[in-house]
Design a protein around this ligand. Sequence first.
Ligand code: KIV
Length: 288
Amino acid sequence: MRTQLSDIQRMKDRAERLVMVTAYDYTSAQLIDRTDIPLILVGDSLGMVVQGNSSTVPVTIDEIVYHTKAVMRGSSKALVVSDLPFLSYTSPEQAIQNAGKLMQLGGCGAVKLEGGVNMAPTVRRLVDLGIPVMGHLGFTPQSVNQIGMRVQGKTVAHARQLLEDALALEAAGAFAIVLELIPAALAKAITERLHIPTIGIGAGVGCDGEVQVWHDILGLYSDHLPRHTKRYADLGSTIEQALNQYAHEVRERSFPTAANSSVIDAKTLAEALGEQAVSLGSNAKLSV
Ligand code: KIV
């Protein structure tokens, strides 16, 4: 049985830490399924770590649907949350249509969108229609061209605004909020004032849980290693080593071996080649 919204809330109520990680394909979702991580995010960070763009801005709703489908095939236990990408929720009607695509075509169990007070009416409409919504505040990557890639909420006004945004999302029915790149003490203060869980990334240990990008924690993305992440494995180096070994063995003919190949009996092969040679004309026939 997949993680339910009630499980997520219960974890906050019992002060159990919530763990979330991104996934973009079947294989990684299968690997997550072998753990007890209860939350998967099909994040628009795929625009950077999968597609090689410099931001999440180019990602489209159809791309998130595509990746959500793959993740859903590989996962059976986690609640899968999919991102509504840039400009896919500029009105409540558009948000309903696109969240509908993510859930009906992609198969995810919830959607995430960026924004606070300004997005509260949209969140309310979605929730009223049975679409679970996770909010996202602080550094909101879809606004990178406006706000830059930096810690948010460091002034009195901005810190207050973030608290107001979080309260507005909660009042509108969001079931959880991602807090990205905000000071740890502010994230803790917001977390303590909310009934719903917060999930931090670059927001300290005072949130109810943490979300990290698959490629960052596994050492698969070398363009940029954010300070807020930690490498739990260096799979990039492991893969590089394996690829070099593979290339070496192919070049020196030690792979494939007989064990990787199949056989045909000599008579059958000769007969097959003979028939082929006849059909190729007089020159080919001579060479048999
Ligand atoms: O797209 C994403 O991976 C995200 C996380 C950074 C929270 O939104």
